[in-house]
Every structure is written in structure tokens, then in C-alpha cells.
Design a protein around this ligand. Structure first.
Ligand SMILES: Cc1ncc(COP(=O)(O)O)c(C=O)c1O
Length: 391
């Protein structure tokens, strides 16, 4: 267990993640493969720790964005299948083969290059999932002709195993369903073309929103991210949730300095805040380099179970809070999470920042250590600043 030497830390409640994965698996029925999306350090929650608990809860596959993220999981002892959702270099095929990492195929040029660069004597088998672009406009094959060409090429290359086919929906979190229905339809048409000639074991289209809203239309696998972390994909979906989600991420710090300011004194860069009366002001050691960005000036934090506003500009490593009354140095301050009956959710931070809740745990930087709770105990602490350099 690594330790840390600053009074700011994230807590990740792995029990919440376990229960969210169990609930999602029940929701889609037992036969459906749950692929848990742990890219971006598991949306800021800790990649290997989340992966382990998700697998314990029944997930069968993991997904990340690029090969280095998959390698990070392998280095931390995760042996489960991992799908890379983004583009990988053809020159990294031998590494993917060696580490048993599944890659996404998203254009014919990639397959042509792979087939001409390696034959089955040079490469162990690599599993591939074919990505179809049915309306997201990001990566993916868009025509039946290109699909047919890719399938023919891979059929002749036994070291390239087409294990899956998938698509990604752009608007599944919006209750107006017209666009997602159009994407479902395009996926069906392209799938028909493939399944006439080939048998591909895994078919998936469901992110969290699709999985929660259309559990009977998700084929035989789903890729769930945000819901596993206990957050709803969009505010408009909140009233439609089929079961409650448990938010796993919280962020805390402590008062490191407390003082009484007289009327008319200013606080922080730019002197943008001036006291209107005698005020108790606390300083906490967290700032924009930790991901608590300057736009959060004015947001409440929780101190002694009460909301307290951030006053003055947020600095790189510190900010100031107007305290409800004098409080001792060392008092816990919660930026995201619960104190007593009060809660600040990642949703509240997202609303203040006019962004989506996904961004909130992702933006809490590597400077903030993660503390992992399981069965009401701290089972691990990860201080990314103490990690050994990767060779
Ligand atoms: C291709 C793909 N699948 C699945 C997911 C998971 O989405 P969500 O977090 O909404 O469940 C993502 C996340 O962005 C993604 O890019």
C-alpha cells in the first residue's frame, strides 16, 4: 500500500461499483456479456482496482481507449480479455497478440496493411472487433461494401480473428429517440449483411444509456462505463432509471489554515472577493492543478456538515472557503461526497461547470491519491506520484 503526504485525497467506494455491476448484469439477464469500460484510469476511479471488482461482480471483458491503457492493466495483473476501443497502430499488432489484447478494426486500410505486414507464421492470433459507424461519425466502417471487403480479408488471415462487431450511439442518453432508432436500424442492416456469411460471437451496441433504456435490444454484450461508477448518463435520464445507481467517487481535503478577516479585506489573486463583515476563512490544499479548476469559484464545499462557498480565485494548489464559524485546523472538507445529510454529487459540479458528469472524476488529476474502500475497509491506497517509472 503506498502512502501520501498531503491532505487531499479521493475515496473510491468499490462496494458501490460491485453493486452497480451486479444490478446492470441482472438488468440485461445473465447470458449477456458485460464489458466494463475502464479507460481514462476508470474515469478517474483507478483502472486496476475498478477492473478487479467489476470482474468479481460478473463482468467478463474490459474496455479501454488505447493500447497503453490495456498494458497498464496487464502490468497490474489483470488477465481478463481487454478490448481497445480506439485506433491502434498496425505495427503494434505483435504486442497486442503477445498481451492477448483485442483491437478494434474501423477501416479497410488498416486490415489491408495488417494482412500485408504479417502472416500467420509471424503473428500469434489477435482478436478483433469490427466497429461500424452508424451515425456517430467518429471511427468505424460506414458501408456494406467495406464490411464485405474487410470480412473477406480477415477470413483468409487466420491470425486475425473477428470475435466481435459493434457500434456506438450518439444520442442514447436523450429521451427523444429518433436518432438512436435510426442508428439501431443502420446497425441491423449492416449486421444482416455480415451474419448471412459469417458467425461473429459478440455483438454489442449498448453504452450505459442504451443498456439502461433498451435492455432487450442490446444483442449479446454491453459496454458500460458511467453507470458502473454510479452516475446517470444525462440529467434527463435521472427520473427514468430502472434501479438506483450508487455514486462511488468522493473527494476530500482538510483545513490547513484558519483565520478571522476583518471587514473590507480581500482574498486570493485579483482580489476578486472582499469581506462584507468579519469572516472566518479557511484555506485548503487543493487547486486547479488537481483538477479543481478556476471556474469552480463560488461553488459550495461541505465543512462540519454545512455548505461553505469557495471565495476568491482558485489557485494552482490551494483555495479559500468562507467558514460558517471558527473551525479547527485539520477539519475535513468535502468537495464531492457526503457529510451528514448533505451531499455534493459529481452531477452538481458538472452543473456548475456546464458540462457532463463524466468530466468531473476524469479531471481530478494524478496529483490526488486514490483510497479504495471494499467491505467498509480501506484495502489499498494509490499515490500516482510514487509509482515506479514504467520501463
Ligand atoms: C465506444 C464506447 N463504448 C462505450 C463507452 C461507455 O459509455 P458510457 O460511459 O456512457 O457507458 C464509451 C465511452 O465513451 C465509448 O466510447
Amino acid at each position: 500500500m503506498s502512502s501520501f503526504h498531503r491532505d487531499t485525497w479521493v475515496e473510491v467506494d468499490l462496494d458501490c461499483i460491485y453493486e452497480n455491476v451486479r444490478a446492470l448484469q441482472r438488468h440485461v439477464t445473465e447470458g449477456v456479456v458485460v464489458i466494463t469500460v475502464v479507460k481514462a484510469n476508470a474515469y478517474g476511479h483507478g483502472d486496476a482496482q475498478v477492473a478487479k471488482v467489476a470482474l468479481e461482480a460478473g463482468a467478463k471483458y474490459l474496455a479501454v481507449s488505447f493500447l497503453d491503457e490495456a498494458m497498464s492493466l496487464r502490468k497490474q495483473g489483470i488477465t481478463a480479455p481487454i478490448l481497445v476501443l480506439g485506433a491502434s497502430r498496425v505495427s503494434d499488432l505483435p504486442l497486442a497478440a503477445k498481451e492477448k489484447i483485442t483491437l478494434t478494426v474501423f477501416q479497410k486500410e488498416w486490415v489491408e496493411e495488417a494482412v500485408s505486414a504479417y502472416d500467420d507464421a509471424q503473428l500469434e492470433t489477435v482478436n478483433l472487433h469490427l466497429k461500424l459507424d452508424t451515425g456517430m461519425g467518429r471511427i468505424g466502417v460506414r458501408t456494406k461494401e467495406e464490411v464485405a471487403h474487410i470480412m473477406k480479408l480477415t477470413e483468409k488471415a487466420p491470425h486475425l480473428q473477428m470475435e466481435g462487431v459493434y457500434t456506438h450511439f450518439a444520442t442514447a442518453d436523450e429521451l427523444q429517440s429518433q436518432y438512436v432508432e435510426q442508428q439501431f436500424k443502420r446497425f441491423d442492416v449492416m449486421l444482416d449483411e455480415i451474419t448471412k456469411h459469417y458467425n461473429i460471437p459478440l455483438v454489442h451496441c449498448g453504452n450505459s444509456a442504451t443498456t439502461l433504456r433498451f435492455p432487450t435490444r442490446i444483442f449479446n454484450a454491453v459496454r458500460v462505463g458511467i453507470a458502473m461508477y454510479g452516475l446517470t448518463p444525462s440529467p434527463e435520464m435521472e427520473p427514468t432509471l430502472p434501479f438506483p445507481l450508487k455514486e462511488a467517487f468522493s473527494l476530500h481535503t482538510k483545513l490547513v489554515h484558519v483565520k478571522k478577516l476583518s471587514i473590507g479585506e480581500s482574498v486570493s489573486y485579483g482580489a476578486t472577493y472582499t469581506t462584507k463583515e468579519e469572516e472566518w476563512v479557511g484555506t485548503v490544499p487543493v487547486g486547479y492543478a488537481d483538477g479543481w479548476i478556476r471556474k469552480l469559484q463560488g461553488m459550495d464545499v461541505l465543512v462540519d456538515g454545512k455548505p461553505a462557498p469557495i471565495i476568491g480565485r482558485i489557485c494552482m494548489d490551494q483555495f479559500m472557503v468562507k467558514l460558517p464559524y471558527e473551525l479547527p485546523i485539520g477539519t475535513k472538507v468535502t468537495l464531492i461526497g457526503k457529510q451528514g445529510d448533505k451531499q455534493i454529487s459529481s452531477n452538481d459540479v458538472a452543473a456548475k461547470l456546464e458540462t457532463i458528469n463524466y468530466e468531473v472524476p476524469c479531471m481530478i488529476s494524478y496529483r490526488v491519491p486514490r483510497m479504495f474502500w471494499r467491505n467498509k475497509n480501506i484495502i489499498e491506497v494509490r499515490n500516482y506520484l510514487q509509482d515506479k517509472p514504467v520501463e
